[in-house]
Write a new protein. Structure first.
Length: 326
């Protein structure tokens, strides 16, 4: 049984929607293939991807056509129910996001700015081949779903984007975009593009900060912890951790109290990538020990993918689940 089925299988809305998804998927797959085979101009081919997504939400899923708003503000697609906007979707040309993590990051930054303008709490990006969605919680992205739209069967995670699934909190899972997008071992570069918003002091994009107060105002981005290429910044990371646990050099970084645990999870995941957590390196620096203790007190170590250093390796089953492209 999958994590999604285990969490929501008791809901009639889940069972009904999954049944619909499975029944409608072959027809959707055929129409998607036909649309993507058309020889079109660059503008028209992006529109064809938009049509694929509209078809996905209204036939495979259960959104009424009137609730799938196209070109709402600056957003390509907005999902709205009873006048309440649930999700902003940025659509790119077919195939432009898969294999290309920097393009995904750039599209997500666009979606977050449009969502901030419209006060929407969830974003998604898609190129009609992959679809990634996330909630915006406490200034950071919280994974919702990552699915392949070229799969032979309807991905179960699509239910989390349905009329009744969009407001449910998904199971705690980790979406490893670098793996899922099959980065192929190629380097991740700083693909900011023309007009990309950068922090005025650090000259970094939104994704390099652990907390984003307002996606459209770079002055509200706090705690830089990634380099421009998306890898952890070994110099800034411990300082960012200390800002949460001990207020680094007395600095008041202005992060809401409710956001501190989510921010620490992000920072600890970066520390894990550098193999700096105590469960990886017993002689690690104080900042990383403090991060580990902070998460242990809040029972959040499982979200980082490591067990308590005070418990046996049997706690390995608490590691974060990976959400593969289905």
């Amino acid at each position: 049984m999958s994590a999604i089925e285990e969490a929501f299988g008791h809901l009639a809305s889940y069972r009904k929607c999954v049944e619909r998804m499975r029944a409608e998927w072959p027809g959707f797959a055929a129409r998607r293939y036909q649309r993507l085979q058309q020889r079109l101009s660059d503008t028209a081919i992006e529109k064809s991807a938009e049509n694929v997504l509209e078809d996905l939400f209204t036939t495979v899923l259960d959104w009424p056509l009137a609730d799938v708003l196209l070109q709402e503000g600056r957003a390509d697609v907005v999902l709205s129910r009873a006048g309440f906007k649930r999700l902003v979707l940025e659509v790119k040309k077919p195939g432009s996001l898969i294999w290309h993590r920097p393009a995904v990051n750039k599209a997500l930054e666009q979606a977050r700015r449009y969502a901030a303008d419209q006060r929407v709490g969830a974003v998604a990006v898609s190129d009609a081949t992959m679809l990634y969605a996330a909630d915006i919680a406490n200034g950071i992205l919280r994974d919702r779903a990552l699915v392949a739209l070229d799969s032979s069967q309807a991905p179960e995670a699509l239910w989390l984007l349905s009329v009744h699934g969009i407001y449910q909190r998904p199971p705690v899972v980790a979406v490893d975009l670098d793996v899922a997008l099959a980065c192929n071992g190629t380097a991740i570069v700083n693909d900011t593009g023309t007009g990309a918003l950068l922090h005025p002091k650090y000259k970094l994009g939104m994704r390099c900060f652990a907390y984003v107060g307002d996606a459209g105002d770079a002055h509200t981005w706090k705690l830089p912890y990634l380099l421009a290429d998306g890898t952890p910044d070994a110099k800034r990371l411990p300082k960012a951790i200390q800002c949460i646990v001990t207020s680094y050099r007395g600095a008041n970084v202005g992060i809401p109290r409710d956001a501190s645990s989510d921010v620490m999870v992000l920072l600890a995941i970066a520390a894990r990538e550098l193999r700096k957590l105590p469960c990886q390196n017993p002689s690690t620096a104080t900042a990383y020990r403090d991060a580990h203790e902070f998460l242990e007190q809040w029972n959040l170590l499982s979200r980082v993918g490591c067990c308590s250093q005070h418990t046996s390796s049997t706690n390995d089953n608490n590691r974060m689940l990976k959400l593969p492209v289905e």
